[in-house]
Design a protein around this ligand. Structure first.
Ligand code: SAJ
Length: 413
């Protein structure tokens, strides 16, 4: 079978490659010509383990062709971004990339083709797309939401269970045949709207639970206990599993998807509150910084600007909001992050970032920051103005930093 994958981002590229090495003839399409070239030359940047090897294997097998325009195929898999836009103060799903992708494949569609949407979408979207496409052609449409965890994509792409929702039974069964080729997890079939909601529920579940941890952190500071110790002890209960507080929830999934439920239902009250609570955390961090250094200006060194540890992605990163707010208030901020692919604010090397700093803030749990040696800490101590470090992720080696002369603060303590 011939498969055309539209959008070669962090989901589309691994999916296209996986299908190619499993014997499908795959056309990978990305409207960004630069991305197409980088994939062909294997020069694209990634922190995903073995992704380059997988793509190389797929291209060398002769089964994966990468290009900027679609082509005729039996199956079209759409993996384009569905970000959030703000409209009259309300956040909602921006379907413009998805609409464009559908427009782009339309000239190539034939009777009997299957269209699979992997992009995360509000409930009802797949049915609407089917209605508009089926006016001209007899097509099959299914929603198969991606579920992979950035940082561990290749393993999860194969091993995770999948949920497939068809606009009819035949569509779901046809889509299952495709994923069966490489997924070792279970594949569950349902209708399209349920599958859309399932995906949103997964990420909302996580968002709401992180919000609870963040609220516990705020309360712990207020009443004078250490939230990390309290969570660890509460989690000794066999039915309790509280997540970790932090400087906010980032990434292009968990910090966005709950809004797609809110836009569809007035009943989504807890979901909205959780989202707002998580969004309040960067400001909470800024206020904490000001309390610790007892002034409204000064020099701040930031460690970690990606949306979470050990990834290169800075989209929707809490660091962007923390840094932006500090800069607005007149702080001199210097960010250090070896993992980040790019960032809206300039990045500096370690020495430049800590030079003359009033405080160091850890905002992402990169392994590097967990594993600083005593010598590195001493070196940093010799550069800063005040030996103060605020760890919003509770990952640094507190004893060693204190030994190096630092006063250590932890979010939620
Ligand atoms: N975070 C916390 N505390 C925690 C866990 C996470 O503050 O205890 C923060 C992280 O630092 C990060 C954000 O939440 O800023 C999200 O990180 P994450 O690792 O929880 O999730 P993502 O966004 O990388 O990937 C999620 C995954 N969804 C679920 O685990 C339910 C992934 O499986 C999805 O495929 C992905 O969203 C997606 O694309 O939707």
């Amino acid at each position: 079978k011939k498969v055309c994958v539209i959008g070669l981002g962090y989901i589309g590229l691994p999916t296209a490659s996986m299908l190619a090495i499993h014997g499908f003839e795959v056309i990978g399409v990305d409207i960004n010509e630069k991305r197409v070239e980088e994939i062909k030359e294997l020069s694209f940047k990634t922190t995903e383990k073995d992704l380059v090897t997988l793509v190389r294997g797929a291209i060398n097998s002769g089964n994966l062709k990468v290009q900027a325009t679609p082509d005729k195929a039996d199956v079209f898999i759409i993996c384009v971004p569905t970000p959030c836009i703000e409209n009259n103060g309300e956040k909602r799903c921006d379907l413009s990339y998805l609409d464009k992708a559908i427009e782009n494949i339309k000239p190539y569609l034939e009777d009997g083709n299957l269209i699979i949407i992997e992009s995360t979408i509000p409930p009802g979207t797949t049915d609407e797309i089917y209605e508009s496409l089926s006016k001209d052609k007899k097509v099959y449409v299914a929603h198969c939401p991606e579920r992979v965890l950035p940082g561990n994509i290749l393993k999860e792409l194969v091993e995770n269970d999948r949920v497939i929702g068809g606009v009819d039974k035949k569509s779901a069964e046809m889509a299952k045949e495709i994923y069966e080729s490489f997924v070792t997890g279970e594949i569950y079939l349902t209708d399209a709207k349920t599958a859309e909601m399932v995906k949103l529920m997964e990420n909302t579940y996580r968002d709401v639970n992180i919000a609870l941890a963040n609220e516990f952190a705020k309360i712990s500071e207020e009443i004078g206990i250490n939230v990390w110790e309290a969570i660890e002890l509460a989690n000794k209960h066999p039915r309790v599993n509280i997540l970790k507080p932090g400087p906010g929830v980032g990434g292009h999934c968990i910090s966005i998807d709950p809004w797609f439920i809110v836009e569809k239902s007035k009943n989504a009250k807890l979901i909205r509150t959780a989202r707002e609570l998580n969004d309040s955390m960067p400001l909470f961090v800024v206020e904490k910084i000001k309390k610790i250094i007892k002034k409204d200006n000064g020099k701040v060194a930031i460690f970690g600007v990606t949306y979470k540890g050990n990834v290169d992605d800075t989209r929707e990163s809490p660091a962007e909001k923390v840094v932006g707010k500090l800069m607005d208030e007149g702080f001199d901020v210097k960010c250090y992050d070896k993992y980040a692919r790019d960032f809206v604010y300039p990045l500096f090397n370690l020495d430049e970032a800590v030079d003359g700093a009033d405080i160091i803030i850890v905002l992402a749990e990169h392994d590097e920051y967990k594993n600083f040696s005593e010598d590195e800490m001493k070196h940093i101590a010799s550069k800063v103005k005040n030996k103060i470090i605020l760890d919003t992720k509770n990952i640094i080696n507190r004893d060693l930093w204190e030994k190096a002369g630092f006063k250590v603060y932890v979010l939620g303590d």
